[in-house]
Design a protein around this ligand. Structure first.
Ligand code: PSU
Ligand code: MN
Length: 303
């Protein structure tokens, strides 16, 4: 395992010294946002983690190495290359490693690499879930299976309604993944701060969350945790506006026969275009908000 894994010197040092480290993903850079906002956001996320005295570990596959902690040149390469970089989830890792190729890691792949490195907290924007119409398409993100088996806590802004929120929660319940609401009883819906669905537990402090993560680790059974953090109210989108854009993007995806791993990037890009870039602004703010919470949790865990 060691020969595949490549930690940046800063990440390696922080882990050795037991200091807080927060993993960040790279599909959000290459497939989740357009250039140059993707690069700016990736840099801001790293800076945000450092503000709290934690070390950022952006994860990607570069030349077949599973990297935790990237150089600024590597961030820029992923941001500029965009969707031409392979979107790498669990199934892609063996092939990319064997081919010494590059990949931008999804939530699932980032969790795998974070766990290998010994990183326990990971912050991002949104996770994949059960897609609308999954009872026919069977489109269920590998992110959910990863949460069931890999010991990393993922901070996100809930699930966006390109997914079926109710079915996503049912799936997580079946798989035994605790869904925590940070300061909220209801599942945040990414661009909006609430939904009609309840989280399993509301927690109001990073310490409470860190204690739950520590308990899960000490018991030693597999699986992660999902921490959902509502978008700050001032950056949320009007529900009617975002719902309409999502409906239209879903219709177009259906008409154009978009399938498999292309679905989520297509929907994100269309929603961004249809809202005249407003959804991207919300997306950037909520990611930074999640990264700050991830850093606070990692700091509590390291105490
Ligand atoms: N949701 C977002 N932005 C993203 C993604 C999801 O708001 O960038 C990315 C994440 O990397 C996530 C992946 O792990 O999409 C899920 O893809 P799929 O639905 O194909 O599993
Ligand atoms: Mn899918």
């Amino acid at each position: 395992m060691k020969e595949f894994l490549k930690l940046s010197p800063a990440v390696e040092k922080a882990l050795k010294e037991g200091r807080p480290v927060v993993a960040l993903e790279s599909t959000i850079i290459s497939h989740g946002m357009p250039y140059p906002q993707n690069l700016e956001t990736a840099r801001l996320c790293e800076a945000e983690v450092r503000k709290y005295g934690a070390e950022p570990a952006t994860v990607a596959i570069i030349g077949g190495k599973l990297c935790a902690g990237l150089t600024d040149e590597e961030l820029e390469y992923l941001a500029r290359t965009g969707t031409k970089v392979t979107k790498a989830s669990r199934r892609d890792l063996p092939v990319l490693v064997a081919r010494k190729a590059d990949g931008a890691t999804t939530v699932a792949a980032t969790m795998i690499i974070a766990a290998m490195a010994g990183i326990r907290v990971f912050a991002t924007g949104g996770i994949g879930g059960v897609h609308r119409g999954a009872e026919v398409t069977m489109d269920i993100s590998a992110d959910l299976e990863e949460l069931a088996q890999t010991p990393v806590a993922v901070v996100c802004a809930g699930a966006k309604s390109i997914l079926d929120l109710g079915l996503t929660l049912e799936y997580l319940e079946t798989k035994g993944v605790p869904v925590i609401g940070y300061g909220t009883e209801t599942l945040p819906a990414f661009y909006t701060y609430e939904s009609d669905f309840k989280v399993d537990y509301r927690m109001d402090t990073p310490k409470e969350i860190a204690d739950a993560i520590a308990a899960q680790r000490e018991m030693g059974y597999p699986g992660g945790m999902l921490i959902t953090n509502p978008i700050p109210h001032e950056y949320a989108m009007p529900k009617a506006v975002i719902d309409q854009a999502i409906e239209q993007a879903l219709r177009e995806a259906n008409e154009q026969g978009i399938k498999g791993k292309a679905t989520t990037p297509f929907l994100l890009a269309r929603v961004c275009e249809l809202t005249g870039g407003d959804s991207l602004k919300s997306n950037i703010r909520l990611v930074l908000n999640n990264v700050a919470l991830g850093a606070k949790i990692a700091c509590e865990l390291a105490k």
